[in-house]
Design a protein around this ligand. Structure first.
Ligand code: FRU
Length: 496
């Protein structure tokens, strides 16, 4: 009992001064998408059409907490600058939960008009009274500006049946829908000739997958870098509603084959699911349908928040942000098939003048020549004889977030134990990616945007995405090594 009391007192003593402080400067991200007002969660309906990248998203038009779920809408011509548009699909008798959008090029649905294809949204209608979730279709003939509800297209009488991802499968000339029986950890696959009539094809799961319930799937094919000539594989990504990644939210992916009706994981290699991100704040990522012609990339975007504190972090005055758009590639490595993520190259347009540093690191922190809270930093690190190397983001008022490398235990981490009051909720604040550091070398690409860190490790083979906060002072960057010396080459750009 005495021991318990002592522990509580110590906890109060360390947590209280930070928790008592004001949230600090406006933590609104500058180059990550945020709506002007109100609440945002998952990206929805990512589709490209006539020069515009569409980003729809879970949105509450009436407040800065979850509720009245509707599809918000923003468009961009370059994946960097976003223009927010009026709500695309409002709540009616059902809330408009997550889903996807396609361009019906062949007018299979008959929704097209004047020889032009319709943009068709497929989303989950959530009926809280009837405790039912079923799949709905709405279409637009004016580049996503207004949608007409066609109605319900798939109802199996379930309260946990959601988040359809739909795409065209050319070899079978069918639309494919991957949709989740969330509480059963099961992905259901349906096919359709016209986006209206859907036929059950197969199911997949839990298949060694993790999570108490599954949300927001995606399924896409990628060429395999380092694979057999011409090798292509399918990635099935699934987000976990129970915060399973090192205490974060996030998701997992399977690698396998898909014949238009059934997903089969590659036996041995690839059947074990891998984490999409090792941080807390990359959730519900889905990829764009229909990129511009001759653009072979796969690009996705995730919600840069974690359900456990998304409603309690400061508003600015909207609440919620997207990650940056990221390319997703697939590589064959000694361990198996692994995705690799990178910020889209378009973001380089934001770079200001470059500052380079070459430095030997020891116990005494070295200031990095970085100003401000919107920064890209590229680091090539040789950990030398050091036990730990850490980049510290501080504000001179006691807040501190660490981006660190620990070669003795093969870890790259973000530590936000002291990153603001919102994280003192008893969940893991240190997020770790296991990285082979036996060669002592690692490369880090860090995107910081006021209250978001996106960390790409070794060419994006692993990522850690975390929110962080600070007190009133401007953000300062320094780096030090513990237990020995290390050397670092760093290039930094302010982003604006
Ligand atoms: C995931 C999720 C989805 C659902 C949506 C509701 O974050 O729970 O499963 O469709 O949010 O806003």
């Amino acid at each position: 009992m005495i021991l318990r009391l002592a522990t509580i007192l110590v906890a109060l003593a360390t947590a209280a001064p930070i928790a008592a402080q004001a949230p600090g400067p406006d933590p609104r991200p500058t180059y990550h998408f945020t709506p002007a007002r109100n609440w945002l969660n998952d990206p929805n309906g990512l589709v490209y059409y006539e020069g515009e990248y569409h980003l729809f998203y879970q949105y509450n038009p009436h407040g800065d907490r979850w509720g009245h779920m509707s599809w918000g809408h923003a468009v961009s011509r370059d994946l960097v600058h976003w223009q927010e548009l009026p709500v695309a699909i409002p709540e009616t008798d059902v809330m408009a939960f997550s889903g996807s959008a396609v361009i019906d090029w062949k007018n299979s649905s008959g929704f097209g008009r004047d020889g032009k294809p319709a943009m068709v949204a497929i989303f989950t209608g959530h009926d809280p009274k009837a405790k039912n979730q079923s799949q709905y279709v709405a279409y637009s003939n004016d580049r996503g500006r207004t949608f007409t509800r066609y109605g319900k297209v798939l109802d199996i009488g379930s309260s946990e049946f959601r988040d359809p991802k739909v795409f065209w499968h050319e070899p079978t000339k069918r639309w494919v829908m991957v949709v989740l029986m969330a509480a059963e950890n099961r992905a259901m696959i349906y096919t359709s000739p016209d986006l209206k009539q859907w036929q059950y094809a197969s199911s997949f799961g839990p298949a060694g997958g993790r999570g108490r319930y599954w949300e927001c799937p995606d399924l896409f094919e990628l060429p395999v870098e380092g694979g057999a000539p011409g090798e292509k594989r399918w990635v099935l990504s699934i987000n976990l509603g129970d915060n399973a990644v090192g205490g974060g939210s996030g998701g997992q992916y399977f690698v396998g084959d898909f014949d238009g009706t059934r997903f089969t994981p590659v036996p041995g290699w690839g059947s074990e699911p891998q984490w999409m991100d090792y941080g807390a704040d990359f959730y519900a990522a889905i990829s764009w349908n229909d990129l511009p012609k001759n653009d072979p990339r796969r690009i996705w975007i995730g919600w840069a928040n974690d359900w456990r504190y998304a409603e309690s972090i400061p508003t600015y005055p909207s609440r919620g942000a997207m990650s940056v758009p990221r390319t997703v590639a697939l590589r064959k490595t000694a361990e198996g098939y692994r995705i690799a993520q990178a910020p889209v190259r378009e973001l380089q347009a934001l770079r200001g003048s470059k500052r380079e540093t070459k430095v030997t690191l020891g116990e005494t922190p070295v200031d990095l020549p970085i100003e401000g809270g919107a920064v890209e930093l590229q680091v090539d690190l040789d950990t030398g004889t050091a036990e730990q190397v850490a980049i510290a983001l501080t504000d001179g008022q006691g807040y501190q977030t660490l981006i660190g490398v620990n070669p003795t235990v093969n870890e790259v981490f973000i530590d936000r134990t002291r990153s603001g009051p919102y994280f003192h909720n008893g969940f893991a604040n240190r997020h770790v990616a296991p990285v082979d550091l036996s060669g002592r070398k690692v490369s880090l690409r860090v995107l910081v945007d006021e209250s978001i860190i996106e960390l790409f490790i070794n060419d994006g083979t692993q990522t850690i995405t975390d929110r962080f906060f600070r007190g009133g002072g401007p953000l300062r960057w320094s780096v030090s090594a513990r237990g020995g010396t290390a050397s670092m080459n760093a290039t930094a750009w302010p982003l604006s």
